[in-house]
Design a protein around this ligand. Structure first.
Ligand SMILES: O=C(O)CCC(=O)C1=CC=C[C@@H](O)[C@@H]1C(=O)O
Ligand SMILES: [Mg+2]
Length: 368
């Protein structure tokens, strides 16, 4: 049993080492909200709001998440007694959607719950792997720079390469990359930049033997993706379209995808992510853990989640040094020959670097 006695939002700002461009636009500065929850004994669990500053990926932003946490979710959490993180549903249910705000609480409570039970977060979730495979994303850029980045990541041992595409930077771009690397485990992510009118072009991508094409069509669609999947050899992977277990169930029933990218923030936390994992395992749908250009705290949740058995495809889980000069956790996340070690220490298994946190903090608010 844990009783949440206190919670603190630490708003921070980190600079990405290199700007990240997708079909929607470019991210350079990363605002994040780190959430620390404490129980009556003073033990702390950590979560993170991974929404972006503007609503380009989903409808949530850092500001809307602050509003939800400040005005609804944290006041409802303080003083609550929880037997397991699953009890959070009672607090979440009266509030529609707002998954990224809920996920911050869900993850912090999972971390705290694991620590109180002297288990690693991986163990608490039912994870079995000692190490997880690391994949990497190469944002849209000049082709020479993209090839240079792929070379660097290949040397670091990354096991899966994701390249962003958009209309005008798709077929020819991927052809050039394939010419350089005929055997590279390569996939593309379109972030909803196409429609069924682009069927011919999307079918032409079949010739590149891609591992999958991620979210080619509209961000809330599962019907058009079904028609597309029927006419493509390349497996369709859904990202933005799957924000809950029910979305996953319906997409699987329709045959709208063969793969799902599970992002903890997008689906509202680790409890929902694990439910999606279990469903996909029964339904033979393949899975991997997606990334949100997040700090080490959220990366730690991702590592624990990816240690579950059915995450069989390397995730967008890269080393801290691929994003930041310095991460907020100690030790930082490292990739060794394409693998990330799953911590065995209680909870997320990384410490928060308080001195650095204070340096990058823009504001703080405590709820008790
Ligand atoms: O965190 C990472 O390493 C990858 C991040 C990444 O590819 C994405 C994050 C957020 C929005 C998108 O542009 C993209 C994705 O859609 O998966
Ligand atoms: Mg995506």
């Amino acid at each position: 049993m844990i009783e949440i006695h206190k919670a603190t939002i630490h708003a921070i700002e980190l600079n990405l080492l290199s700007p990240f461009s997708t079909s929607y636009g470019t991210v350079t500065n990363r605002e994040l909200l780190l959430l620390e929850v404490e129980d009556i004994s003073g033990e702390a669990g950590w979560g993170e709001v991974v929404a972006f500053s503007t609503p380009w990926y989903t409808e949530e932003t850092i500001q809307t998440c602050f509003h939800m946490l400040n005005d609804f979710l944290l006041p409802a959490l303080i003083g609550k007694r929880l037997t397991t993180p699953l009890d959070l549903q009672e607090i979440f249910n009266p509030i529609k959607r707002n998954h990224m705000s809920k996920a911050a609480i869900d993850c912090a409570v999972w971390d705290l719950f694991a620590k109180k039970n002297n288990k690693s977060l991986s163990q608490a979730l039912g994870g079995t792997k000692e190490a997880v495979e690391a994949g990497v994303v190469v944002g849209l850029d000049d082709i020479h720079k993209m090839v240079h980045k792929i070379d660097e990541h290949l040397k670091a041992g990354y096991k899966r390469f994701k390249v962003k595409i958009k209309p005008g930077a798709d077929y020819d771009l991927i052809k050039q990359i394939r010419n350089h690397y005929p055997k590279l485990p390569l996939m593309v992510d379109a972030n909803s930049a196409y429609s069924l009118n682009d069927l011919n072009l999307l079918q032409k991508l079949d010739e590149f033997d891609l591992m999958m094409i991620e979210q080619p069509l509209d961000s809330s669609d599962i019907i058009d993706h079904r028609h597309l999947q029927q006419q493509l050899r390349t497996p369709v992977c859904l990202d933005e379209s799957i924000v809950s277990y029910d979305d996953a169930r319906k997409a699987i029933e329709l045959g709208s995808c063969q793969v799902i990218n599970v992002k903890v923030g997008r689906v509202g936390g680790l409890t929902e992510a694990k439910r999606i994992h279990d469903l996909c395992q029964k339904s033979n749908v393949r899975l991997w853990v997606g990334g949100m250009l997040e700090s080490g705290i959220s990366r730690a949740h991702n590592i624990a989640l990816a240690s579950l058995e059915n995450f069989t495809i390397p995730g967008d889980i890269s080393a801290s040094s691929r994003y930041w000069n310095k991460d907020v956790i100690l030790p930082e996340v490292e990739v060794d020959d394409g693998l990330i070690h799953v911590p065995k220490e209680p909870g997320i298994g990384y410490r928060v670097d308080r001195i650095f946190l204070n340096k990058v903090s823009t504001y703080q608010k405590t709820y008790a």
